[in-house]
Design a protein around this ligand. Structure first.
Ligand code: HEM
Length: 432
């Protein structure tokens, strides 16, 4: 499908064949980005990982993230931190049993603190401080992403762009300043230490230390950190919340996961090796990605050259979306596409790592999400731990089948209504 808005042609691909043409066959020509109005800021854009063309800066940043943050070695080194943040979440739920919890807030705090400990060497949010999320950090991160998706007249008529008619650029600037204020002091304090003559590389314990050792400037660090938080926290939180919503509604699926956990996990802490054996939980996660992909249209791609995909000409500079949300609900691809049936994946050798175009929640090709290993590891840990230790119920004994599953559609796919649950420790845990 293609649409024209002013001078901008928008192409939307909604089939696995078209997705493969765009993200694999012609990946080298269709992997630039249409820079959103929000990012057209001279001091930010050259340092962007998300919005740069596939240029040298982009390659360097991706390589740095892959080796330092998302490699098998990196993930292993982070396991202690991940366990710590997870324990804080479980502790909080133990202490607040029988209370109604907005689970999205506390999962967000857990994921945000995990990432901030890995990146900055510090937690930034506190479970006991209700302002941890309401202070606006969560909303600000979400809003920056949403402003990137916001269309304004300037994107269709470039002569109007400099007027910032809808205030998108100025709004993003204010948000970026607000966000960087959260970590500015940490960066500067650390910069003094890394630049001191007493510093040795063995002291480096966070991603920030590596950036400072490599002489990254303030703007470079701010932009990269902001993008990692934006890309990494809301997506993973949203997937956990959709998974929990589906599990609340499907008690039979929940019971099967509980059985699997009893069989495969026999230690206090869950290990990565044990997680790799949870094939039914993994099938559930695939089913959640199919029905609720957190980035429903991927991030917009741009054609650097005119090319032909499935006999359809995509002109140079066209903006391209891949509609993974529609593909996940297409009855030509899936039986009973609107039913939540993890079993469909049990006998299918199908993963979401970008090779099978029916299921590409992380995209595919050179722009594919670099954070996949960290995102999936976090998802599995959180879900397995919450299911193993707690029974979950809706407030007021509400009927799970009536749980509101409406979506709020945007660059990120969220629940329209927050998911509120009551947690009760399972009997086996009560005296442990
Ligand atoms: C459930 C978890 C996640 C999902 C479903 C997800 C999905 C995606 C998708 C669909 C894209 C765009 C791909 C494209 O445009 O073709 C993307 C890009 C990106 N993601 Fe993720 N993501 C997740 C977690 C993470 C995490 C944990 C991080 C890092 C901490 C991260 C960092 C990024 C970055 C930096 C990009 C931009 C890459 C580029 O433009 O080259 N993501 N993600």
């Amino acid at each position: 499908m293609s649409l024209r808005f002013g001078k901008q042609l928008v192409v939307v691909a909604s089939s696995p064949e078209a997705a493969m043409g765009i993200l694999k066959t012609h990946d080298h020509l269709l992997s630039a980005r249409v820079v959103p109005t929000s990012m057209k800021q001279a001091h930010l854009l050259p340092h962007s990982l998300m919005w740069s063309e596939c240029n040298q800066t982009w390659k360097t940043l991706r390589t740095l993230c892959r080796t330092e943050l998302f490699s098998a070695k990196g993930l292993e080194a982070q396991s202690q931190l991940r366990n710590e943040k997870l324990s804080q979440l479980l502790d909080f739920l133990r202490k607040n049993q029988d209370e109604v919890i907005n689970i999205e807030d506390v999962v967000f705090i857990t994921l945000f603190n995990t990432l901030s400990s890995i990146i900055l060497g510090k937690d930034l949010l506190d479970f006991n401080d209700a302002h941890g999320t309401h202070d606006g950090l969560k909303e600000s991160l979400h809003k920056v992403l949403e402003l990137s998706a916001r269309v304004d007249l300037g994107s269709f008529y470039p002569m109007l762009e400099r007027f910032d008619l809808h205030g998108i650029r100025s709004g993003t600037m204010k948000l970026s300043d607000k966000l960087s204020a959260y970590w500015e002091d940490i960066i500067e304090e650390r910069r003094v230490q890394v630049n001191s003559s007493a510093w040795s590389s063995e002291q480096a314990h966070s991603f920030l230390d590596r950036l400072l050792e490599n002489r990254f400037s303030k703007d470079q660090i701010n932009q990269l950190i902001t993008e990692l938080f934006i890309a990494g926290t809301n997506t993973t939180t949203s997937t956990v919340i959709w998974a929990m919503s589906e599990l609340v509604r499907h008690q039979e699926v929940m019971s099967k996961i509980e059985e699997e956990l009893k069989k495969e996990i026999n230690s206090h802490e869950i290990t990565s090796f044990q997680l790799s054996k949870l094939s039914y939980l993994q099938a559930c996660i695939k089913e959640v990605f199919r029905l609720h992909p957190p980035v429903p249209l991927l991030l917009p791609h741009k054609a650097v050259e005119t090319c032909v995909v499935m006999n359809y000409t995509i002109p140079k500079n066209a903006k391209i979306f891949v509609n993974v949300w529609a593909m996940g609900r297409d009855s030509k691809i899936w039986d009973e596409p609107l039913s939540f049936k993890p079993e469909r994946f049990m006998d299918l050798n199908l993963d979401f790592k970008g090779q099978v175009f029916e299921l590409i929640p992380f995209g595919s090709g050179r722009r594919m999400c670099p954070g996949l290993p960290l995102g999936v590891r976090s998802l599995e840990f959180i879900l397995a731990s919450l299911i193993r230790e707690f029974d979950w119920a809706l407030p007021n004994d509400d009927d799970p089948l009536k749980l509101d599953m409406n979506e709020k559609f945007g660059m990120a796919l969220k629940r329209e209504m927050p998911l509120k649950l009551i947690f009760k420790q399972k009997q086996a845990y009560q005296y442990a």
